[in-house]
Every structure is written in structure tokens, then in C-alpha cells.
Write a protein that binds this ligand. Structure first.
Ligand code: AKG
Ligand code: FE2
Length: 322
């Protein structure tokens, strides 16, 4: 069978690269629904306002962006760059990370944050943006995958939209391990479960939140969900599985193969992520700095509600150290 479309009829191949108004800064799109690499930026606190604006615009559009060759960064300049994206939040609400701002993600026992999650959804002020820097990479494996939760919402059929638009979920840092895949470690697995859940938080979030900057609707779910408000555990599991499968559909994801010097930055209000635990017992270390976020708001304008945990103390802690 011959194709009616000859190669010569096709537009010339060109990379999906877009120049920006910031000199030398280029955004190279990596997938139709998620991901871009930003070239021509040397990250740090001293970036000019035009570059910061272009980086933020690319982040809001592509949900996760990557920078290669940032070997010059240390903890201070990593933090100084993150601060250009907004006020920072504490490294972690419960875990003593040994640093106010740096959340170290280390593993040498094949453990990783290998469960789909959005960072820290068990508090009311879910972080807005996470900035992750590769410190030590294993010789193979240890990729990270992101999924676009806005695209997942937009792909729902009208009947599924009707189901989720008034649905709320309780998120907690003390999750029900019985329901989880045996191989799955808790996100941030380098910290003990006891530490992670030392202070119990439970927050009720709308399943559909309206993004404070883009106005887009996204699904707020992930590993910290305990159940849906008003539904029993079996019903919650069924709906959770249905929606998570939509979020993590491969077309909706991007898998990043880390190189030394890489930095990834994601919009935590519009994504989930998963670190693949396929590097055996080799050492892997990443460091994350987290930008504070707003309390999610539903389509109807209702804000998330704290059910347990001292969320005010969490907010005060932020203010004290920002
Ligand atoms: O280790 C990774 O690649 C991601 C870890 C993670 O979940 C995070 O930094 O929030
Ligand atoms: Fe994470």
C-alpha cells in the first residue's frame, strides 16, 4: 500500500524550540502535554527580571522544566534561584532534614519516592513549586517521571467531570499502607515513617482545584490521599484508581534521564511525580528547595480545610525563616 503523503510534502523537520524575549534563552518543548528544557540560562539569584519571567511562563505552560549544565550551583545559589520564583517554605513540615530549606532525597537501598505524588499535599498550603538538583546519580536508572494533572482533568469525559467537580479528598501524612503496592516506599523514603508522620496532618482538598496563576483546573490527588469525603474505603479506592490511572496515562507524562548538573523545576499545583527505584543499592542524592503555595480553592471558590495538625504553626514557621 502506498501512502498518499510523500516525505517531500511534509514540512521540514524542525526542533520544537522557541526563542523568548530574554536574549539567548530558548524553550525546547519535550512533549505535547508536558515538559520543556530551557537552554541559555545560568541559574542563580542574579538572573535578570526578563529571564525570570520567561522561566516562569515556560513553567506554567509546560508544568515541568529542566536546565542542563548547572554544575556551578551550590546549596546557596540553588536557594537564591528558588527565591526568585517566590517565598520559600520549610524543607519539610515534620521531618528534621538538618536544614531549614534543603530537603535531601538520598537512597542507597534502592529506595526512592516511588509512588505517584504531589509534594506535601497533607497541609493546607500545598507548595507551589519544587526545584530539584541532582547531586549524585547512579550509573543507571533513577529517572524521574512527571504527569500533568491539568491535562488529566481536561481529558475527562463530561460524566467524569461531573463526578469530580464537587468531590473532596482527605490527604494525610499517615497513609494507609495496607492499600499500597508492596514495592512502594513512602515518598521521601530516606526519612523514617515515624519521623515523617511524627506530627499528624490531615487536610481536605477539592479534587478539582483552580490554579491561582493560570486559572486552569487540575486534579489534586496522589499518594497522600486517605479517602474521599463521604465515601467508604472500597468506594474511595475504586475512584482513586480510576482518576490516578487517568493522571499517569503515559501520554500525559514525561520521563527525565538525569545527567550531572541537571535541575528540574515543577509546578506542584499542576503535576504529580514518581522517582523510579531501579538503581539497585547504588547511591543517589538529590536536593530540593520548595516554594510556598496558596491554599487550594475549588471551582465553587471554597478553600481547603485543615482537619488535623497545626497548619498555623507550619505557616508561622515559613514566615519566621523566609
Ligand atoms: O528523587 C527524585 O527524583 C524525586 C524526589 C521527590 O519526590 C521530590 O524531590 O519531591
Ligand atoms: Fe516529591
Amino acid at each position: 500500500m502506498t501512502s498518499t503523503l510523500e516525505h517531500r510534502d511534509l514540512a521540514p523537520t524542525r526542533p520544537a524550540t522557541r526563542a523568548t524575549s530574554a536574549p539567548g534563552v530558548e524553550v525546547h518543548q519535550l512533549g505535547a502535554r508536558i515538559g520543556a528544557r530551557i537552554d541559555g540560562v545560568r541559574l542563580g539569584g542574579d538572573l535578570d527580571a526578563g529571564t525570570v519571567a520567561e522561566v516562569r511562563a515556560a513553567l506554567l505552560r509546560h508544568k515541568v522544566v529542566f536546565f542542563r549544565g548547572q554544575d556551578h550551583l551550590d546549596d546557596d545559589s540553588h536557594q537564591a534561584f528558588a527565591e526568585r520564583m517566590g517565598p520559600l517554605t520549610t524543607a519539610h513540615p515534620t521531618v528534621n532534614t538538618g536544614s531549614k530549606r534543603i530537603f535531601k532525597v538520598t537512597a542507597d537501598k534502592g529506595m526512592a519516592a516511588n509512588a505517584w505524588h504531589t509534594d506535601v499535599t497533607f497541609v493546607d498550603r500545598v507548595p507551589a513549586i519544587s526545584v530539584l538538583r541532582a547531586i549524585h546519580l547512579p550509573p543507571y536508572g533513577g529517572n524521574t517521571v512527571w504527569a500533568n494533572t491539568v491535562a488529566a482533568y481536561e481529558a475527562l469525559t463530561p460524566s467524569l467531570r461531573a463526578l469530580v467537580e464537587d468531590l473532596w479528598a482527605v490527604h494525610t501524612n499517615s497513609y494507609d499502607y495496607a492499600q499500597r503496592d508492596e514495592e512502594s516506599e513512602e515518598p521521601d523514603a530516606n526519612y523514617s515513617r515515624a519521623d515523617f508522620a511524627a506530627q499528624l496532618f490531615e487536610t481536605e482538598h477539592p479534587v478539582v482545584r483552580v490554579h491561582p496563576e493560570t486559572g486552569e483546573r487540575s486534579l489534586t490527588l496522589g499518594h497522600f490521599v486517605k479517602h474521599f469525603t463521604g465515601l467508604n474505603s472500597a468506594e474511595s479506592t475504586a475512584i482513586f484508581t480510576l482518576l490516578q490511572n487517568r493522571i499517569t496515562k503515559l501520554e500525559n507524562t514525561l520521563r527525565w534521564v538525569w545527567q550531572p548538573g541537571d535541575v528540574a523545576m515543577w509546578d506542584n499545583r499542576a503535576t504529580q511525580h514518581y522517582a523510579v527505584a531501579d538503581f539497585g543499592t547504588q547511591y543517589r542524592e538529590m536536593r530540593r528547595i520548595t516554594v510556598a503555595g496558596d491554599v487550594p480553592v475549588s471551582i465553587g471558590g471554597e478553600r481547603s480545610r485543615v482537619l488535623r495538625g497545626d497548619a498555623e504553626a507550619y505557616s508561622r514557621l515559613d514566615e519566621l525563616i523566609s
